[in-house]
Design a protein around this ligand. Structure first.
Ligand code: BEZ
Length: 211
């Protein structure tokens, strides 16, 4: 069955390019981003993994651990990483799961047989420190993901988790935010000292709290 928002991310123990990992233990108190790619030695995937490596500081700043997965064996991952480092001018610094028996791919419904019988599609799961799934996303094999957009979503998720605000359409870091409906009007002045604007009773805006 598909994994839905709010579900506990299924736990697993696997071999990775950084040794054996038990997923929940490895996450610890961090947020996580688990993302699948169709296959090693493919062009789009090479650019994606290089991009994630270059965003190391951005993920660390947000307390997010990235982890990639495909159904290729560990030895292929290890050899391919050399190509990624060379061609993308980076250093892959996060684990890549080897899932040749498709254990994790099936657990997370990453194989969509009408797209490909054997390979994983481009799935993304953002997981919170409570181990619950906060975002799911599926891209086709031919479209590389926008990891800046994923950082933007993580910023939004963390604003909601830590500051009781949501983010409006096309929100960018620094823009005004929406006060979540569970905050009463009486609570607003203490919670949002930067001020707020009531556009409608259900649409209350405030400057981004953590800026
Ligand atoms: C890939 O690089 O993974 C890819 C590129 C085009 C079509 C399918 C996959």
């Amino acid at each position: 069955m598909a994994i839905r928002l709010g579900d506990v991310a299924p736990d697993f123990t696997v071999n990775t390019t950084q040794g054996e990992i038990s997923f929940h233990n490895w996450l610890g108190e961090s947020w996580g981003i688990l993302f699948s790619h169709p296959a090693d030695y493919t062009p789009v995937c090479t650019t994606e993994l290089g991009t994630v490596a270059k965003l190391k500081d951005e993920f660390e700043k947000r307390n997010v651990k990235p982890i990639a997965i495909s159904v290729d064996p560990l030895e292929d991952h290890k050899e391919w990483v050399k190509d990624i480092n060379e061609t993308q001018n980076t250093n892959v610094n996060f684990p890549i799961i080897a899932d040749p028996d498709k254990k994790v791919a099936v657990l997370y419904d990453m194989i969509h047989p009408n797209a490909s019988e054997k390979a994983t599609v481009r799935s993304v799961f953002v997981i919170g420190p409570d181990k619950k799934v906060k975002l799911t996303l599926t891209y086709p094999a031919s479209t590389g993901r926008n990891f800046d957009e994923l950082l933007r979503v993580i910023d939004s998720l963390q604003l909601t988790a830590y500051h009781s605000v949501a983010t409006p359409a096309n929100w960018q870091d620094g823009d005004d935010c929406v006060i979540v409906p569970s905050v009463s009007n009486e609570e607003i002045p203490a919670k949002f000292p930067k001020g707020h604007t009531v556009i409608k009773p259900y649409l209350r805006m405030t400057p981004q709290p953590n800026k």
